[in-house]
Design a binder for this molecule. Structure first.
Ligand code: ADE
Length: 244
């Protein structure tokens, strides 16, 4: 998968070279290119924002450098069409199902807005451009960040770890909280490792017996209990599980 990111803070993305994603990049499973939006300006101060039409607080990102940056990126794809992802608190919710669906996109371009956001004509223009495979305006949750950078890191990590070969143990991805299938509307229950007793706390006995059927049943029950206790919103999505 190819991932391009356009931002006024390229340094924000150095964490991508660490850990799991760094290894996936080194192995050629994902290719990440970071672009500084300011290099697509032509004034001495590399200005990327302006006052909002209609008035109001804050500044809006100009469509002009965005257009130049995104056109150049699409032109580098030798006829392939990228999907434009625009992180914004007013977007559709990005969740595990979205992350899973995006794993089949060969090329994602993330447009990180700052200030009050990007001039709306950018999303409008690229959603009807035949050089692009579509535009997705997405939110990672009901809170407002200072810009799209942190949201982009979140989405890149959520998608990349689902790509074949990125996480060493494929099964660990299948059992994730929210993963399609039995975990879709559940959070995972507790996990334990050695030592068997720590500060007076014992590992649940069923996990020591080696009976895989009993362990699976116990884990399913723990996931149900935990979901009912801390995520009533999720529990309500699966009345058949009787989560309370
Ligand atoms: N930019 C600012 N807040 C955001 C959010 N919650 N999700 C995605 N992008 C954002």
């Amino acid at each position: 998968m190819r991932i391009d990111v356009v931002t006024i803070f390229p340094d924000y993305f150095t964490p991508l070279t660490l850990s799991l994603l760094g290894k996936a990049m080194a192995a050629g499973l994902i290719e990440v290119r970071i672009h500084d939006l300011r290099t697509f300006t032509h004034d001495r101060h590399n200005i990327v924002d302006d006052t909002p039409y209609g008035g109001g607080p804050g500044m809006v990102m100009s469509p002009v450098p965005w257009g130049e940056a995104l056109d150049e990126i699409a032109a580098s794809g030798q006829g392939r069409q990228p999907v434009l992802v625009v992180p914004t608190p007013s977007g559709a919710v990005f969740n595990q199902q979205a992350a899973q669906a995006w794993t089949t996109d060969p090329w994602l371009v993330f447009a990180c807005g700052r200030y009050e956001g990007i001039d709306a004509r950018v999303a409008a223009h690229y959603s009807k451009s035949s050089d692009w495979a579509g535009v997705r305006e997405v939110s990672i949750g009901d809170y407002v960040l200072a810009g799209g950078e942190a949201a982009t890191l979140v989405m890149v990590e959520a998608v990349a770890r689902l790509l074949p070969g990125v996480v060493g143990n494929e099964a660990s991805v299948i059992d994730d909280s929210f993963a399609a299938g039995s975990m879709e509307h559940l959070v995972e229950g507790p996990v334990f490792t050695k030592p068997q007793e720590w500060r007076g706390l014992e590992v649940p006995e069923v996990l020591l017996r080696g009976h895989h059927g009993q362990i699976a049943t116990w884990r399913a029950e723990q996931a149900r209990l935990r979901t009912a206790r801390i995520r009533p919103d999720l529990a309500a999505l699966s009345p058949e599980l009787d989560l309370g």
